[in-house]
Design a protein around this ligand. Sequence first.
Ligand code: NAD
Length: 357
Amino acid sequence: MHMNICLLPGDGIGPEIVTQGTKVLDAVARRFGHTVSTSSALIGGAAIDATGSPLPDATVEACRTSDAVLLGAVGGPKWDDLPSEKRPEKGLLGIRKALGLFANLRPAALFPELAGACLLRADIAAAGLDLVVVRELTGDVYFGQPAGIETRDGLRTGFNTMIYDEDEVRRIARVAFDTARARKRRVCSVDKANVLATSRLWREVVEEVARDYPDVELSHMYVDNAAMQLVRWPAQFDVIVTGNLFGDILSDEAAVITGSIGMLPSASMGSGGPALFEPIHGSAPDIAGQDKANPIATILSVGMMLRLGFGLTAEADAIDTAVRRVLAEGYRTGDIMENGRTLVGTVSMGNLIAERI
Ligand code: NAD
């Protein structure tokens, strides 16, 4: 297979980790007989410095004509004082919108080799943590209109609109059920149907979609309970599907309990066009350019790209296995370092994983 990948390295540690990601991708291509061509485009602060815009038109075009997009991270103190329309983060929101990426998939898995980093009690961690949060990305209270701040009866009043139509719920539910089919076949839909009309429609539509997936078990959970259950007994979850607002919070919660932000990949998918793969962490300006960043989240994002973007399961599994081997052999970047392990930098970690593909 030929893969045409658009790279968006971005800012801070972005270029360093994306280089390690492509190194591993090249190793996979060599082993499995695929070919890869990559092009690099500007986003975020790097794009602001070069063109004045966090998302130049040429970048959108380069992404649209690719098979998949691999992004590093955007942002940094240099651009923090710009008006919100001109900030690096606008580039990220803009590219998700331009590519119609409505589904965000964030696996949170605890590598047994890193159990010591997990924030949960040892007996809870030992039961395992291997779930995916499927978050709707383009709707909900973040985009619903009307929204604003105005004076009502002499009081400053802020308001947003929580809104989903059935088509939006149906398509994200399908992503969740399809994801579950490739895993443990369990979907937990998270809502607040005891209070919110939006959630009552959400639940109704998710149940309709579930009829097309009799082999997948569906459960429902209120969001407040889900927030508790994630730390109380995360082993109960396989796929969690939820709206934009609840997903924003729960996906961060699921990520942080694994204890290693530098290890977690993500995918943002639309209907048909190129999907975007990126680590969940930011541009880590505090360690940028020092060969300290953990490239594993980006390397695992390449794995998600192979699995979800190209349907190459064996190739994706090879990446997961290589990462596990390097961890089992005791190699660690600074963020996951423990006594008795071997500290390595960004480039060495990339080399070690690529060599084991
Ligand atoms: P961050 O994720 O960049 O960093 C948080 C902490 O985690 C830092 O101490 C950092 O050194 C560490 N860290 C992050 N990734 C690491 C890695 N791969 N290896 C080792 N350590 C790692 O979050 P922040 O400090 O809140 O934000 C920094 C900048 O990144 C801001 O400008 C923010 O807007 C931006 N940001 C971008 C994205 C994105 O591009 N998707 C996401 C979050 C934050």
